[in-house]
Design a protein around this ligand. Structure first.
Ligand SMILES: [Zn+2]
Length: 369
């Protein structure tokens, strides 16, 4: 079947059939990977890589099969595990562990209790397996360091927010948080010196960092979050900034008392008090306040309540009861759409990720609303 024909036929499948097709392809891929591991073991056992002109099985994989060094390392580790531990081979055959998962526990199997380890990783995701592996390791001592690593092109004023409809959009992250999002060219600016900062951190720190990423809708880089935290700390604790604020307050006070004095002096042109100006702006000619215009703006307090109630996670739930696990690019959605009279109320608001918000809008034909 040609690629074009296959593409067309997949496009014609129902949603369920596409998922089933993907599942079938993954099953086939898994069976193929096991075949590759078996071949690797046989190539090693017969030293065929040497006969083919390679110094090691690793060189055979990276040069003949053009695997990346990390992929070659993973496959060789998994193949050796499969050979040494029959129970690991059974897990692999039963698809209770992937090749990457098996490679991840290879060292642990050699050093610890294989039966117990294999039982603990059976059926787990790769992320879970990583946690299990690190829970068995002693963290290496790491020296804190900060060192320059070179220049990068200037990024201009691009913010790193990916979706303008993000839940917390009142403030933009600092402009220099573009790193990792591709260079932006601006001839007006000089290349920027970048630094590498390394330190190890506690579990509590990592939890707080994850929480900070979540409340920033997942679209701030680590640098942006740390920069904001450091800036806030300096704003509170730095004596120089405290002094600058004090001076600013004093200047404001003096300027206010000066304006007051002028506004109380009759007959001087151009001395309209701020209170009077506000009344004129807000009045409709008869002194009454203008009724507030309906606004899309959702008060911060209400947004925070919705965020807390929905546990900072997309609330989209499938027909089978599976709730979306996204905590990034969250948006506040009106259940009864705003353009159809929906109110800003706790009952009418929910959190959706950007993709599910767009899906909901498409389903209700609200794209131009
Ligand atoms: Zn979602």
């Amino acid at each position: 079947m040609t690629t074009k024909k296959m593409k067309r036929s997949i496009e014609q499948l129902s949603n369920n059939a596409v998922i089933q097709e993907g599942d079938r392809a993954v099953r086939n891929e898994h069976a193929l990977l096991i075949s590759i591991l078996k071949c690797l073991n046989e190539i090693e056992k017969r030293s065929l890589y040497l006969k083919e002109g390679y110094s090691s099985l690793f060189a055979f994989c990276t040069c003949r099969w053009r695997y990346s060094p990390s992929k070659a390392g993973r496959f060789i580790a998994a193949a050796r595990c499969m050979k040494k531990f029959p129970a690991a081979r059974m897990l692999l055959v039963d698809r209770k562990i992937t090749v990457c998962g098996l490679a991840k526990i290879a060292r642990l199997l050699a050093e610890g209790n294989p039966e117990e380890i294999l039982r603990s990783v059976s059926g787990k995701t790769f992320a879970d397996i990583e946690k299990i592996v690190t829970s068995h390791q002693i963290a290496p001592a790491m020296r804190e360091s900060l060192r320059p690593i070179g220049l990068i092109e200037p990024a201009g004023k691009t913010s790193n927010r990916e979706d303008k409809g993000d839940l917390f959009q009142a403030e933009d992250p600092p402009n220099h948080t573009h790193v990792g999002r591709g260079p932006q060219h601006d001839l007006q600016q000089e290349p920027e010196q970048r630094y590498e900062i390394r330190f190890s951190a506690s579990e509590e720190f990592c939890r707080d960092l994850e929480r900070a990423k979540m409340v920033c809708s997942g679209s701030w880089t680590l640098e942006a979050i740390m920069a904001r935290a450091i800036r806030d700390l300096l704003e509170k604790r730095d004596p120089e900034r405290k002094e600058a604020r004090r001076k600013k307050r004093e200047a404001r006070k003096q300027s206010k008392s000066h304006v007051k004095f002028r506004s109380q002096s009759p007959g001087k042109p151009g001395t309209v008090s701020r209170a009077k100006a506000t009344t004129e702006t807000n009045s409709s000619g008869n002194g009454r306040q203008v009724s507030p215009v309906r606004s899309r703006h959702i008060p911060a307090l209400l947004r925070d309540k919705v965020f807390t109630r929905d546990n900072g996670r997309c609330t989209y739930t499938s027909s089978l009861g599976i709730r979306c696990d996204s905590t990034a690019h969250l948006q506040i959605d009106h259940i009864t759409p705003y353009c159809r009279g929906g109110e800003h109320s706790l009952e009418n608001l929910r959190i959706l990720c950007g993709k599910h918000n767009r899906l909901a809008a498409r389903e209700m034909s609200l794209t131009n609303c």
